[in-house]
Ligand binder design. Sequence first.
Ligand code: WQD
Length: 337
Amino acid sequence: MQTILVTGGTGFIGSHTVLELVNSGFQVVVMDNLSNSKTASLLRVEELTGKKIPFHKVDLLDTQSLDKLFTDYDLDGVIHFAGLKAVGESVEKPLYYYKNNISGTVNLCEIMSKHGVKNIVFSSSATVYGDPEINPIPETAPVTAVNPYGRTKLTIEYILKELYESDHSWNVALLRYFNPVGAHESGLIGEDPTGTPNNLMPFVTQVAVGKLEKLRVFGSDYTTHDGTGVRDYIHVIDLAIGHIKALEKLNTNPGIVTYNLGTGKGSSVLDVITAFEKANDINIPYTIVDRRPGDAAVCYADPSKANKELNWAANRDLQTMCRDAWNWQTKNPKGYE
Ligand code: WQD
């Protein structure tokens, strides 16, 4: 029975991954600095699994507390979610992002190395592809940073690659997420953004629940089938399961591996609105406004490498994502409060 430390485990993707880890028979230890999440998500996971999950409020910049976790637990690997993730905020506060995301990860890797824990799954992002030339996007596509948040993700990928090159006893999985949405079917855990949502789906669910008046669609003059931006929306449970498969892959000592975690299907903003309205029999008022600076027109995955090498595929469709997102929101109109 392997014991896995999940950094950022009270967050949206973290909590869903903790649930799938426990359901898959792993022992899990969660750490989070709670800067952008609440322990309530973990209490819900305990309710769903019937298992107690050790939690420690630890910041990656607190090396002493971080070190103590590796002394107190006999860890076999780490899934590393902890990090700031708001694109707009990263433009306003780049040093905050570099310090928290990059220095925090360097601290984590130093302490992992000290304790001989050298299996890490890293939460990267499709944002490293910038405004992609080709879609669907393979892992071999050119990478670039288009904002400080994306630069932290790309820099950490390079740090982990060079760490592996310096010491081949490491096993590293870089997982490039496309657009995670939805919630566990119970509606007990879900996406609970701080303040007004930046991302499309939580904005839609807050319009649907009456918390926000209407959706602004950022641009309708892109070269897409309906002029609005196209993304690869992936159900958060499919994404969580991808992490289990990545951990299993690391147990085969692959060295460093990189995978796109997406469905391979592109959906426009208007497609999402239509799917949400159909799935939930609800109207989403919206208005078309100017493009959001920095947005790519089209970004969706070629997930064939993960399909083959991880024996994994995202199989929940957009209707299911919309239904589960709405189920979470209606059961938790104010999130975890
Ligand atoms: C999706 C589409 C918008 C909001 C970002 C990060 C990525 C990851 C996910 C952190 C785009 C449109 C959005 C709205 C809209 N972040 N939109 N009105 O920008 O693809 O990815 O979030 O983990 O790393 O880059 O996601 O949900 O913000 O936008 O029209 O109110 O919805 O223009 O086409 P994005 P998003």
